[in-house]
Design a protein around this ligand. Structure first.
Ligand SMILES: Nc1nc2c(ncn2[C@@H]2O[C@H](COP(=O)(O)OP(=O)(O)OP(=O)(O)O)[C@@H](O)[C@H]2O)c(=O)[nH]1
Ligand SMILES: [Mg+2]
Length: 353
């Protein structure tokens, strides 16, 4: 009888301990947030990935951000038309059409006075449309790798009336395709495969990079983002440097940093759509003379991936993967995030929330 009571007491005690252990485990795992750090040079597509994450996991963009993008998109039409006209002159591409030439001169002198409340008058919309369709301006646009203009400018100029309208409200696509260079740090939290994650976006321009170090600790996955089409472009911060070479050097420095010795890393090559377009008119070999393959997407993209992969040391201590994506396509970003997290969790089983 006494023995039985003792056994019951022992079992009760064991159950109690087990409950406490489970509770403690729960408390620890609730706190467990895995970190993904996005890094890479300016304009490589880091924030584009973050925007896609917002759409996928956070119900899209808050109204203040939508308003911010509306103002920035509208302003960029003026600023970039001015850039196209002026850069055309420095590239030796002058507007031949007499009427358009006159319009362009007028626009350069008058455009500051157009800025009334950010609203476009009919005359300005007409001028922008006329100039965008001008043959010489189109030639400048075709030579855009020589100058610093935003990648997806044609998307906005081809639908000018919409973007110049005071009632225009940016869609998710309008926001994803538009670039506002990041200054500072942006973080987003999300759940994936029963685990909690935080993804961190940093500014990629040279002046921003010194801030990165503060986020190197406790990173579970590093995504190094590379715009695969930038083999023929010059760096915004220093026009004597080739953008892809800058990216290779940065990749080498960051991914071989002592903090990431054992951290899994993914090389994410964005802008595959733009590389395909660019190879139709540009010889890759002109920029990378050692390349002896065909001038097609498959071979060039493989070669570029190898240029980056070979800079990464001690691959045996961590997993290194490489992905080709068009970051403006939501499903492509979702796919690589899911694959990378799954592989990480398979290798490093962690407590489930
Ligand atoms: N067509 C196309 N455009 C892309 C792709 N990825 C990014 N972009 C565009 O490239 C531009 C720059 O992208 P961001 O994501 O702002 O670049 P970033 O790396 O955050 O730049 P910083 O903030 O300066 O470091 C944006 O206009 C994007 O829409 C892509 O795969 N295809
Ligand atoms: Mg950014």
């Amino acid at each position: 009888m006494g023995n039985n009571n003792q056994k019951k007491l022992k079992r009760k005690e064991m159950l109690k301990n087990k409950r406490i252990e489970e509770q403690l485990k729960d408390e620890n795992t609730i706190e467990q947030i895995n970190k993904i750090l996005l890094c890479g040079t300016g304009d490589s597509g880091k924030s584009t990935m973050i925007k896609q994450m917002r759409i996928l996991y956070c119900d899209g963009f808050p109204s203040e951000q939508v308003q911010l993008y509306k103002n920035a998109i509208q302003k960029s039409l003026r600023v970039n038309m001015k850039m196209l006209i002026q850069n055309g002159k420095s590239l030796g591409i002058h507007i031949n059409d007499k009427v358009n030439k006159q319009l362009s001169e007028e626009y350069l002198t008058n455009f500051p006075t157009y800025k009334r409340n950010g609203v476009y008058c009919n005359k300005e919309v007409y001028t922008l449309k006329q100039l965008w369709h001008d043959q010489s301006i189109q030639t400048v646009w075709k030579n855009r790798s020589e100058i610093q203009v935003p990648e997806n400018l044609d998307y906005y100029f081809n639908n000018l009336e919409k973007y110049c309208s005071p009632n225009f409200k940016p869609t998710n696509e309008d926001i994803v395709l538009f670039r506002i260079p990041t200054t500072g740090i942006v973080k987003i939290n999300f759940h994936s495969q029963d685990t909690k994650w935080e993804i961190i976006d940093v500014g990629g321009q040279r002046s921003e990079r010194r801030k990165w170090i503060h986020h190197f600790q406790d990173v579970n996955l590093v995504f190094f983002i590379i715009a695969i089409n930038e083999f023929n472009k010059k760096l915004y911060e220093d026009q004597t440097i080739n953008r892809m070479n800058e990216s290779i050097t940065l990749c080498k420095n960051i991914l071989n940093n002592k903090y990431f010795k054992k951290t899994d890393c993914s090389l994410v090559f964005t802008k595959t759509d733009l590389l395909k377009r660019s190879l139709q008119k540009t010889e890759f070999k002109r920029y990378y003379s050692k390349y002896d393959g065909e001038n097609n997407y498959e071979q060039v993209s493989e070669y570029i991936q190898k240029l980056f992969i070979k800079t990464i040391k001690k691959k045996n201590k961590r997993q290194v993967s490489s992905h080709l994506i068009c970051a403006t396509e939501n499903n492509e970003v979702e796919k690589i995030i899911n694959i990378t997290i799954r592989k990480y969790l398979e290798r490093k089983p962690i407590s489930i929330i």
